[in-house]
Design a protein around this ligand. Structure first.
Ligand SMILES: Nc1ncnc2c1ncn2[C@@H]1O[C@H](COP(=O)(O)OP(=O)(O)OP(=O)(O)O)[C@@H](O)[C@H]1O
Ligand SMILES: [Mg+2]
Length: 377
């Protein structure tokens, strides 16, 4: 059993004292009767790498386009560097955007693609030459100046799109699923490069993805979205360890829901029990739930272990074992699991102790990071 003292649920703002580069105050966007973005509140600190994460259609691109100025909100205000930009046209907002399909100008050379935004802003010829050369070198595109986009690989086109967005020294860099067209290896190396450049330039970045592992590995903070709403804004670790609701819990990482009972709630947290086992959880998600009520306990696969005797929380029967290299995923049918089945993860070095399919097993819970939600009706 465990509890976490001083646990607070909710969404930390950007670091205290940090300057806010982008702010959305209750921004709503409708398309006809449909609400694509529903009262979004968001503050992004200068230099921060903020990710919008959520399933297809949840409003990520809509939010990005609102910040870029390609869409106007129906309600609410948008600020960049403290100034209201809601009525400022896109070209005057000083944002650099990389679209999912790159949207390079096909008939223009690499140099002219990258120089485009500087020409449009009336920057002098010599300065354009210098800045384009500098950014192409940074993006490892020196030598490709005269090629057309179709003469480049996907990764190279990606870098041209990024160079084009960065060369104008944007106040905010907007990246809409920039790696989705790349194969897995290239995606990995582009992720590292983008993160490195973002850090070096200190450019405030809003990055859109539906890939949770990409979001967890790159971001300072993540805004998890569902059906036009921002569900939680937090650091990757806090989202994983203290999801504010069921959706966030199930969208970030693996886990199972177990039926449990709320014993008591106190200032520091709540205690829930499953069988004889008592587990400390954050109180926030259980606000308003009475002691004695059924709750759903959310546990990660690595928080369950094969128990012997006193540490048994509940019992089940092995349905499948799946070897994953460094660990083994064990699927167990158990009446205490909300879906009737749960997953637990055992180190592969314990392979000799992994029970055969069909065997009855006792399962214990050892977690400082369990979270409980009111049981669903
Ligand atoms: N121009 C438009 N006209 C009407 N509906 C739109 C328009 N643009 C977006 N929508 C709707 O708004 C909702 C949010 O769309 P959005 O493109 O922001 O989603 P998304 O999170 O970027 O999804 P994906 O991951 O698939 O790119 C969707 O239901 C979409 O169908
Ligand atoms: Mg989109």
């Amino acid at each position: 059993m465990s509890s976490r003292p001083g646990d607070t649920q909710g969404t930390p703002a950007a670091a205290p004292g940090a300057e806010i580069a982008v702010r959305l105050d209750g921004v709503t966007k409708r398309f006809g009767p449909a609400i694509a973005l529903d009262r979004a509140w968001l503050k992004i600190a200068r230099g921060e790498f903020m990710t919008l994460l959520g399933p297809s259609g949840c409003g990520k691109t809509t939010l990005l386009n609102l910040v870029a100025g390609f869409l106007a909100p129906d309600e609410g205000e948008i600020f960049i560097d403290g100034a209201v930009v809601t009525d400022v046209p896109a070209f005057a907002r000083q944002t650099g955007i990389v679209f999912q399909n790159y949207a390079l100008f096909p008939h223009m050379s690499v140099t002219n693609n990258v120089a485009y935004g500087l020409k449009a802003r009336g920057v002098g010829k010599d300065e354009i030459r210098r800045r384009v050369a500098e950014i192409l070198a940074m993006m490892k595109l020196t030598g490709f100046e005269d090629r057309k986009p179709r003469q480049l690989s996907g990764g190279q086109q990606q870098r041209v799109a990024l160079a084009r967005a960065l060369v104008i020294e944007p106040k905010v860099l907007l990246l809409d699923e920039p790696f989705s067209a790349l194969d897995k290896n290239l995606r990995g190396s582009m992720q590292v490069e983008v993160k490195e450049i973002q850090r070096r330039l200190g450019v405030t970045t809003i990055f859109v993805t539906h890939d949770q592992s990409e979001a967890l590995s790159l971001s300072d903070r993540i805004a998890v979205m569902s059906s036009g709403r921002i569900c939680q804004i937090d650091t990757p670790e806090a989202l994983y360890r203290r999801p504010a609701d069921r959706f966030v819990a199930s969208f970030i990482g693996d886990g199972s829901l177990l039926r449990a009972t709320l014993d008591q709630t106190h200032a520091d947290g709540a205690i829930v029990s499953i069988g004889p086992t008592k587990i400390g959880v954050p109180a926030g998600p259980l606000a308003g739930t009475a002691a004695g009520s059924s709750v759903d306990l959310f546990v990660r696969p690595q928080h369950l272990h094969l128990a012997a005797g006193a540490d048994t929380a509940f019992v089940g029967k092995v349905a499948a074992t799946i070897y994953q290299g460094d660990h083994v995923d064990l699927y167990v049918d158990a009446p205490d699991a909300a879906s009737g089945r749960l997953m637990m993860r055992l180190a592969a070095r314990d392979a000799s102790r992994i029970p055969d399919v069909g065997l009855a097993v006792a399962i214990g819970i050892s977690s400082d990071d369990a979270v409980a939600f009111p049981a669903e009706a």
